[in-house]
Design a binder for this molecule. Structure first.
Ligand SMILES: [Zn+2]
Length: 553
């Protein structure tokens, strides 16, 4: 008897790094895997985060049986509160992931919209009609999960983010044996694998190699304060920093909201092995001698409001850096963040700090599988179908090529995009539909920004604006001088002459328009046209231009 079809809809993460979300459908029920944010780039002025579009999910809200989160990174978990405002559904994930989720949900006052279900490595559970197995997989945050769905169309494996770390800090290895066991029987029908590093050759170094560097470097800095920055979620990195610092007799001072929160949550859950006596609050920093201090802070990506940026600018309320301090960036700039990161390093070097970063010391390693790791996973799993996920299109393509180079049939891998809907049935896997999957921009409290509105913001950011107001009587003409309002176009004090010339042009344009038309719209159009021509010719700048005609009594 033919088995029930499986549908897969990609809501995000296939075409960009971030806003990862995959939705699997069986018997009309939907199981979400991840609901993450993407961080804005320079083309998205003022945007806080970008989310998967939720129109389709809202239409299907009755059918969603749950959201399983592969791990606690923002690009997989960060959209959860936005999602819960639209659909009330239970959450599933490892203890740490659920700990981080609970914190977010609580802060957003949405606890009545969900429930938290902690799953342990190797668990097999039913979520609606889904038979879900969760396996340990290594990545740059503890307790990451690989999702295995046992369906009537065979086994589907979703890696989440992963690397194949043979010496993870917590000793929790990827469940390669279990994956091999499944491959031997019943076999794996479909593998969806992380593409982030698909164009990087070789293997990623193990996370534990970074701890070795710390052990070598930290004793060199005796007698000086040490400030280390890394991702607040990278708790294995935090662990290794703490271990090396405590060995040198230092006390740990977490700094930055997410670092303070994550360290506390991880300590409570036992994910971080950090005795209370080795941690102190930043406001007691000055009670310690320099050799007893290790500040561990946020801001390794150059985020302007994070702790490291404030320290580099000398505007942190709790303490200031001095030229005897050592600042270690245990991170690598995410593509696009290079300039803000280098700006911070420049500021720190101006203060006189010794700055250590991954440009010349091995103080960071990636959390994503490089080509040899993808190759190894492919050979272990030998799926019938291969679908790269999590990456820009070029990364997805390269990931598909890794499988093809390993002998996978070209027509059995699908490089899909956001919005694509796949069907897995007795015939195989194919793209069977498409839903709109636009970026959903969040700025402040609202997510109402269309791409047109963003285009307006970009134009305003590039060239300011000019607005002309005139008060007139349709019979007698202007009753006052035109009022020209501008922001960001010209310096109104130093370019008085330009404004005076524009005023003359506007007066003439109004007079000539009134000769032919007696309606407000035509006159406003004439003012816009004249102003636009003048601004372009006189200044070679192209700000958006608007005009208002007010009728006098
Ligand atoms: Zn991740």
């Amino acid at each position: 008897m033919p088995g029930t079809d499986v549908g897969i809809t990609f809501l995000g993460g296939l075409g960009e790094v971030g806003r990862n979300s995959t939705c699997v459908e069986v018997d009309g029920k939907l199981l979400l895997i991840d609901f993450g944010v993407m961080f804005p780039d320079a083309t998205m002025p003022g945007i806080d985060v970008v989310l998967p579009d939720n129109t389709w999910l809202k239409e299907r809200s009755e059918d969603i049986v749950g959201l399983i989160v592969t791990h606690g990174h923002e690009d997989h978990l960060g959209g959860v509160t936005h999602l819960l405002r639209d659909v009330a559904i239970p959450l599933y994930g490892s203890e740490l992931t659920m700990g981080l989720a609970r914190h977010k949900v609580k802060e957003a006052n949405l606890e009545n919209r969900t429930s938290f279900h902690v799953v342990a490595d190797g668990d097999r559970l039913n979520v609606g009609p889904f038979d879900v197995e969760v396996l340990p997989i290594t990545h740059s945050i503890p307790q990451s999960l690989c999702i295995v769905l046992h369906t009537e169309q065979g086994v589907i494996v979703h890696t989440g983010d992963f690397k194949l770390d043979s010496a993870p800090v917590d000793g929790r290895l990827t469940a390669l044996e279990r994956l091999e066991e499944i491959r031997q029987g019943p076999g794996i029908r479909l593998l969806m694998a992380d593409s982030t590093n698909a164009d990087k050759p070789g293997w990623s170094p193990s996370e534990s190699t970074i701890g070795e560097t710390f052990k070598r470097l930290f004793p060199q800095w005796k007698g000086r304060r040490l400030i280390v920055s890394c991702f607040a979620s990278h708790l294995h990195r935090v662990q290794q920093i703490c271990d090396a610092a405590i060995r040198e007799g230092r006390t740990i001072f977490p700094l930055g909201r997410s670092m303070v929160n994550n360290v506390r949550i991880a300590q409570e859950l036992g994910v971080l092995d950090l005795p209370d006596r080795s941690v102190d609050s930043i406001d007691r920093l000055n009670d310690y001698d320099p050799e007893g201090v290790c500040v561990i802070c946020t801001g390794s990506q150059g985020e302007p409001n994070a702790a490291l940026s404030l320290l580099a600018r000398g505007s942190h309320p709790d303490f200031s850096l001095s030229n005897d301090d050592v600042v270690l960036l245990s991170s690598h700039p995410i593509p696009g963040n290079e300039r803000p990161v280098y700006r911070i390093i420049n500021r720190l070097t101006r203060i006189g700090c010794e700055v250590v970063h991954d440009g010349y010391e091995h103080v960071h390693t990636t959390g994503h599988a490089q080509r040899e790791e993808l190759h190894q996973l492919y050979e272990l799993v030998l799926p019938e179908w291969y679908v790269p996920i999590e990456g820009e299109h070029r990364m997805l393509r390269r990931n598909a090529d890794v499988a093809i180079e390993a002998g996978h049939a070209q027509d059995r891998s699908i490089v899909a995009s956001d919005g694509d809907q796949l069907t897995l049935d007795d015939q195989g896997l194919r793209i069977s539909g498409q839903i709109p999957a636009p970026y959903r921009y969040v700025d402040g409290l609202l997510d109402d920004l269309s791409s047109e509105l963003l285009e307006d913001r970009r134009k305003l950011g590039e060239s300011g604006f000019v607005h002309v107001t005139v008060v007139l009587n349709l019979e007698d003409g202007l009753v006052a001088h035109p009022e020209i309002t501008t922001l960001g176009w010209i310096d109104t004090e130093r370019s008085v002459q330009v404004l005076a010339e524009l005023e003359v042009e506007v007066v003439a344009a109004v007079a000539s328009a009134l000769d032919q038309h007696k309606d407000v719209e035509s006159i406003e159009r004439a003012i816009r046209r004249t102003t636009g021509r003048f601004v372009g010719n006189r200044t070679r700048r192209r700000p958006p231009i608007s005009a208002t005609v007010i009728l006098a009594d």
